[in-house]
Design a protein. Structure first.
Length: 163
C-alpha cells in the first residue's frame, strides 16, 4: 500500500468527516463531542492552519487526517497543536506516523517553533509510544483531565517537541 500525505481539498470533506466522527464517537481520544456533517466539517477543516490527509495512492481512499492550528495567541502564538485521526479499519498500518511526520514538517513551514499536544489520553498507548519514539517529551500528567465516552475520567499526558 502506497500512502500519500497531502493537503486536503474540498473533495475530501465527506471522508474526513466520516473519519473524524468515528474518533469522536469512540469517546477516547478527542475532546470534541459534536458530530460534524459535510457543511460543519467544511467550515471546521477550512478554519485550521493546515489539514493533511492520508490517501491510498492506488484506490484513492482517504484513510486518515490531521488538523494543525495555533495552540495559543500572542506571545505564545509560536506554539501549535494538532489532532490526528485514522480510520478504524486502517489502524496499525503506520498511517499515524506518516501523518505526525508530515504535520511536523508543515508546522515548521508555517513558522511554528513548538508542537504541543494538550490532552493525550493516558490509555492511548499507541499514540503515546509513537510520540515518544518520534522524540516528543511528556510534560507531566493531569489527573482526570479527560472524560471518556462512558463518563469515566482518565488522566491526560501533555506532550511537546521543538520543531
Amino acid at each position: 500500500m502506497d500512502i500519500l500525505i497531502r493537503r486536503y481539498n474540498s473533495g475530501d470533506i465527506e471522508s474526513m468527516v466520516a473519519i473524524w466522527n468515528e474518533v469522536v464517537k469512540e469517546g477516547n481520544a478527542f475532546p470534541q463531542e459534536e458530530i460534524l456533517d459535510n457543511g460543519t466539517g467544511a467550515v471546521f477543516f477550512s478554519s485550521q492552519t493546515y489539514c493533511g490527509v492520508a490517501q491510498d495512492s492506488e484506490s484513492g481512499c482517504i484513510m486518515g487526517l490531521y488538523i494543525l492550528h495555533p495552540n495559543n495567541v500572542g506571545r505564545c502564538g509560536h506554539i501549535c497543536n494538532a489532532s490526528y485521526a485514522v480510520s478504524k479499519g486502517k489502524r496499525g498500518l503506520h498511517i499515524g506516523e506518516k501523518l505526525v511526520l508530515d504535520c511536523t514538517r508543515q508546522a515548521k513551514a508555517e513558522g511554528f517553533k513548538i508542537l504541543q499536544f494538550n490532552a493525550v489520553v493516558a490509555t492511548n498507548i499507541h499514540a503515546r509510544h509513537l510520540y515518544e519514539r518520534l522524540g516528543f517529551k511528556q510534560l507531566g500528567t493531569i489527573p482526570g483531565g479527560f472524560r471518556l465516552g462512558d463518563g469515566i475520567y482518565e488522566d491526560i499526558c501533555p506532550y511537546f517537541t521543538v520543531l
